[in-house]
Design a protein around this ligand. Structure first.
Ligand code: ADP
Length: 537
């Protein structure tokens, strides 16, 4: 028997409409690339989003079109999220830290029609416009009187809004309609696109709100250091307005002193980002000899948070919540809240729990598969590759059947490439990574791509790129080479790599060895190498 309840499609536009009515005074504070602090309530934001939606339609954007952004965290980027998806188009966020080659690839693959960019990224636009599709048009996200001069023809963001009506009758479409597109690095080859729907996005916002009630609530002030260009800033542009929390957007100032100043002035309660960023903030807190005003909560994820970092924040009175997830999971999979029974436990006991990745969020099913291919018990001891399933998890990659076939198993579960243990109460412990990727400062480097380039040198017989631990970046790439004849100069290898990789992705160290350790099946044993060079970072 069917239930007899209405079925209304879940729409992203309804989140902001709700915030504008119910929490009109909450909103967005932005440290702008123009250098000033900008404030805007959700009610004002909704009016500007309506204007932008009219502007997009006037510019010829149609449902299903991909509209790209290359921007820091700020109110205009937030407005683009809502206006683009609201009219049924797809907001494609581009990660400016990608190499030029990868950026050109994803813009071509997504077939973007418009590209909105923060003016700090003008050099990227000018450098790559020749490799982007000729039909692509560019919009500078700046005040009209700050419109940059350029050899590339540029539209202006504010001019697009000017004179447009402040109301928009948001169209109704199926809730499975695509809303946003975010590319993530593959272990080899080109980045792969995760295509979120209105349904997955609204459900993710609701599930996150349930997982973090202490933070996602009316009047709370949250700082997303995690970028809007990388996994939707962990869903904050949706979960914050949904619950009445305000957002404090840091723009490009992500160093310790800039974050300290902004958090202090704006009384940020909860800050979200990768461990590398918090190291900088911690140093500034030590230099200033105090916490920022009102600071009490930290969400850290993207890479494992070191125990020492969690301990230092906890000792200062900041409640640290360790979270795990991925682009393909919208992204939140687990959240590290302590159960109330642990509140008065000694710090050492709390840390034992907090250094793990947290408990499963509602709607994320998990299984771990051992080396023999069988499902392992969730007893906190058995280990295996982690697979996930749920309404907020990618069913495949955009226009990429090969990568989809690789990622989804025969039963429809998504393989994360993480090795994990799960305890009976659903607490996740990530113990290793099976995917051949290195994560530095929260961003990926493909070890296989690096090896393929280096193998192109006539004097290289074999090589392996591995992650070595780094206090600052989490991991850094190290290249280990077996030479054929005269060993090549490290600079020559770096020059080769520079043609395909961004500068920050290049290996810090290049070592020459006689031979590489092999596994039983004859593959290079990265595990042995990682253990051997663990102390090198
Ligand atoms: P994000 O970095 O925003 O979470 P990505 O898709 O770039 O999303 O990376 C996801 C991967 O990052 C995971 O599969 C895992 O390898 C790693 N990761 C994310 N969070 C954690 C964490 N808390 N601890 C350990 N590894 C993590």
């Amino acid at each position: 028997m069917e239930g007899l309840m209405m079925h209304r499609p879940l729409r992203i536009a309804d989140i902001l409409a709700h915030a504008a009515q119910i929490y009109p005074e909450e909103g967005i504070v932005s440290a702008r690339t123009e250098g000033d602090i900008h404030r805007q309530s959700y009610a004002q934001t909704a009016a500007r989003v309506a204007q932008l939606a009219h502007g997009l339609i006037a510019a010829g954007v149609k449902p299903g079109d991909r509209v790209a952004t290359l921007a820091w965290n700020g109110y205009r980027h937030f407005e683009l999220y809502y206006a683009i998806s609201g009219i049924g188009a797809v907001c494609h966020t581009i990660n400016p830290r990608l190499s030029a080659e990868q950026m050109a690839y994803i813009v071509g693959h997504a077939e973007d029609s418009l590209l909105f960019f923060d003016t700090t990224f003008l050099p990227i636009i000018e450098g790559l416009s020749g490799q982007f599709p000729p039909s692509l048009r560019y919009v500078a996200m700046a005040d009209e009187d700050k419109q940059p001069e350029s050899k590339v023809e540029l539209l202006n963001y504010e001019a697009m809004l000017n004179g447009q009506p402040e109301q928009f009758d948001w169209p109704e479409f199926d809730e499975t309609t695509a809303a946003a597109l975010c590319y993530t690095s593959g272990t080899t080859g080109n980045p792969k696109g995760t295509l979120y729907s209105h349904r997955s996005t609204v459900l993710h916002a609701l599930c996150t709100a349930i997982s973090l009630p202490k933070v996602l609530r009316e009047g709370s002030r949250i700082l997303p250091v995690v970028p809007l260009f990388h996994v939707n800033a962990w869903g904050l542009p949706y979960s914050a307005p949904l619950t009445g929390a305000s957002l404090v957007m840091p723009g490009p100032g992500l160093d310790g002193p800039s974050l300290f100043k902004l958090m202090d002035a704006e009384q940020v309660y909860s800050a979200w980002g990768v461990p590398t960023v918090w190291l900088g903030l911690q140093q500034e807190i030590a230099a200033q000899g105090r916490l920022t005003e009102g600071f009490g909560h930290l969400v850290v994820g993207g890479s494992a948070a070191p125990r020492a970092m969690i301990e230092a924040f906890e000792k200062e009175g900041v409640d640290v919540c360790h979270a795990w997830g991925m682009t393909e999971m919208s992204p939140i999979g687990t959240v590290g809240n302590l159960p109330p029974s642990m509140e008065d436990a000694p710090l050492s006991e709390k840390l034992e729990i907090k250094r793990k990745q947290g408990r499963r969020a509602f709607g994320v099913d998990m299984k771990i598969i051992g080396e023999d291919g069988s499902a392992q018990p969730q007893d906190g001891t058995a280990e295996g590759e982690l697979f996930v399933r749920g309404n907020t998890i990618a069913a495949g990659y955009y226009n990429n059947p090969e990568a989809t076939a690789e990622a989804i198993d025969g039963e429809g579960w998504f393989g994360t490439g993480d090795i994990a243990r799960i305890s009976p109460n659903g607490t996740l412990s990530i113990t290793d990574r099976s995917k051949d990727l290195i994560k530095s400062g929260g961003e990926w480097i493909s070890s296989i791509d690096m090896e393929n380039v280096v193998m192109g040198h006539p004097n290289v017989a074999n090589c392996a790129a591995i992650a070595v631990p780094s206090e600052k970046w989490g991991e850094r790439p190290m290249l280990i080479v077996v030479a054929k004849g005269e060993p090549p100069a490290p600079e020559a290898l770096r020059d080769m790599l520079e043609e395909h990789f961004a500068k920050w992705q290049l290996p810090d160290d290049i070592l020459f060895v006689e031979e590489l350790p092999l596994t039983a099946t004859g593959k290079v044993s990265k595990l042995t190498l990682r253990r051997q060079y663990a102390a090198a970072g």
